[in-house]
Design a protein around this ligand. Structure first.
Ligand code: PMP
Length: 368
């Protein structure tokens, strides 16, 4: 029996090969006699797993050597506080609001620093990206924060802002929770990238922070030691016990990414090409259907999270029940937006999106 296709926004579908490998290794990792869950994080077995995972991530995302990769806990919501504690110096910061997640980030940061909202798309109900040239950036911001993929509203920055060209000297921080490893990151524009693992990387419980080294060492005195980026970096993310099993599983996902092939393309390039194909298949059908709709400005539609609406909310329950019968799971939209949402992360194959489009067609024919 093939597994159903799972469109959850997160925790989300993982590559079946990875789940099978984890199952095979569950009781005895590589002849060690231990499950990865049972290993000391300071033993040679786990250290080798940890180092390999970091090396693979660095390779996939071409992370420059003057950036540290931190394997932390707390999720991106905790990072909303940990980040200003570590980088704001209690001073001014710039936040750009493009949807629910950046809004939450700005709200939390206000507890620790002075937040300037440099731009917001609230007036457009988070359906358009505020033009980069219109951002009201501060002269002296400690950093500029954006959410590069808004998981709930379905907006993605397909090109990250070049802050220097916009007249800001501040480092750019991106919350890339819901599209990390779906495409390359332009490190010439990004100083800090953070994200929870539970969409494209592995199980919940692991949070990645990729940070330029010169930004370490300026945490506010109130910063908990376990969340002080410098302390975490100095201890190779083992100041406290890291989420070892999630780290291991992330490592398996990184190896899976590296092994992907799409024609001539390999690794992240293959993944990205597949993501482009999946998104264009789904948006293309929705736009041409005359039945379903997506309200986001085309140029900033997310490749990962596709919110869409039926012509009437009264059809929603029948739609979801029929989808489940066909093995298409977790399509209900976020409660703040309504409608449906298909999250089509790296591990969703093109066949899954094709199966969804086939169902969308059938449903529209029966109810149109
Ligand atoms: N930021 C973004 C972009 C997200 O998608 C999410 C989770 N959906 C969060 C932050 C919050 O992450 P967590 O629940 O892991 O703290």
């Amino acid at each position: 029996m093939p597994r159903p296709f799972n469109f959850s926004a997160g925790p989300a579908t993982l590559p079946e090969e990875v789940l099978r490998q984890a199952a095979d290794e569950m009781l005895d990792w590589h002849g060690s006699g231990m499950s990865v869950m049972e290993m000391s994080h300071r033993g040679k077995e786990f250290i080798s797993i940890a180092q390999q995972a970091e090396a693979d991530l660095r390779d996939i995302l071409a992370i420059p050597s003057h950036y540290k990769v931190l394997f932390m806990q707390g999720g991106a919501i905790a990072e909303n506080a940990i980040l200003p504690m570590n980088l704001s110096r209690g001073a001014r910061t710039d936040y750009v609001i493009t949807g629910s997640w950046s809004q939450k980030s700005a709200k939390e940061a206000r507890k620790y620093c002075d937040v300037n909202v440099a731009a917001t798309n609230e007036g457009d109900h988070h359906t358009r990206m505020p033009a980069y040239g219109s951002w009201q950036l501060s002269d002296d911001a400690a950093y500029v924060h954006v959410c590069s993929n808004e998981t709930i509203h379905g907006l993605e920055m397909h090109e990250l802002p070049d802050l220097a060209a916009l007249g800001s000297r501040a480092p750019l921080v991106i919350d890339c929770s819901s599209h990390i490893t779906s495409r390359p990151i332009d490190w010439s524009r990004v100083a800090v990238a953070y994200g929870g693992a539970q969409k494209n990387i592995g199980p919940a419980g692991l949070t990645l922070v990729i940070i330029r080294e010169d930004l370490l060492g300026q945490a506010l005195p109130i910063t908990p030691s376990g969340f002080n980026y410098q302390t975490v970096a100095e201890h190779d993310s083992m100041y406290n016990t890291p989420p070892t099993y999630a780290w291991y599983l992330a490592g398996l996902v990184f190896q899976w990414i590296k092994a992907q092939r799409e024609g001539e393309l390999t690794g992240l390039a293959a993944i990205e090409a597949r993501n482009v194909a999946k998104a264009s298949l789904l948006y293309g059908y929705i736009d041409g259907s005359g039945f379903y709709s997506n309200k986001v400005e085309k140029a900033v539609r997310s490749r990962m999270n596709v919110p869409f609406f039926l012509p009437s909310d009264s059809l929603n329950d029948a739609f979801l029940a029929g989808a489940k019968e066909r093995g298409l799971l977790q399509l209900k939209g976020h409660k703040s937006v309504g409608g449906m949402r298909a999250s089509i992360y790296n591990a969703m194959p093109l066949a899954g999106v094709q199966a969804l489009v086939d169902y969308l067609k059938d449903f529209a024919q029966r109810h149109g």
